[in-house]
Design a binder for this molecule. Sequence first.
Ligand SMILES: [Zn+2]
Length: 149
Amino acid sequence: MSNGRSNIRWAPRVPKHKIRRLYKSAAAGLLDEELLDDVGITLLLRCRDILTIRDATRGRVRCPRCARQGEETIILRRSTDGDPRDVVLRCRKCGWHVTWGEYFLSYRRKQLSSGGATGASCAPRWPDVGGGRGVGRVLLSPCCSITPV
Ligand SMILES: [Zn+2]
């Protein structure tokens, strides 16, 4: 079932140097709009992945293969009396499948836990924020500001 796991891809972290550069440009009054969008989109995708994993741990796994086709298919993870890692997640629509154990390994140690990521919950609304001037604008709104490192 290793093919199933290879279909799972998670957004990378935003490199710290980009955040630092973004805030320096804003502080200098020369906001780098291109960098703003780059960081904003990366953060948006990352937050969406955090929510995807949160839902999966609650039993609702989004099929990554269908998602890549622009469709949302939810696989309900069934409970078991045995080892939960052996539970097979199977998409009824496209046939993608993986064990819960393999799915878990795909996001382990990638800092995608929703614990403490309170800002992630508003990520789905980001494209509507900023009057259509780019998703990066959300970084300048009070609800999602990030701390330079
Ligand atoms: Zn599917």
